[in-house]
Design a protein. Structure first.
Length: 77
């Protein structure tokens, strides 16, 4: 599960690169990515409270990548 917890959130990385490196924000919804980040936050809290390290790790990484997308879109508008 730790492999999945690390690999899963890294699937967001191509979107982050597209936004932060190539400055392409076409078709990216800030609201959607923000809500993904909020959802990941609640999963992170759940993982911590229930001592589920893979859930906490995956959620923490997802929070970082989701909000990088949001910040990138807001900067490049």
């Amino acid at each position: 599960m730790y492999v999945i917890a690390i690999v899963g959130p890294f699937m967001i990385l191509p979107q982050v690169v597209e936004i932060l490196v190539h400055k392409n924000i076409q078709g990216v919804s800030v609201a959607t990515w923000f809500l993904f980040g909020v959802t990941a936050f609640f999963w992170f809290v759940y993982g911590i409270l229930h001592k589920e390290k893979p859930i906490a790790l995956a959620s923490f990484l997802s929070i970082i990548f989701n909000f990088l997308v949001v910040i990138g879109v807001l900067i490049n508008r």
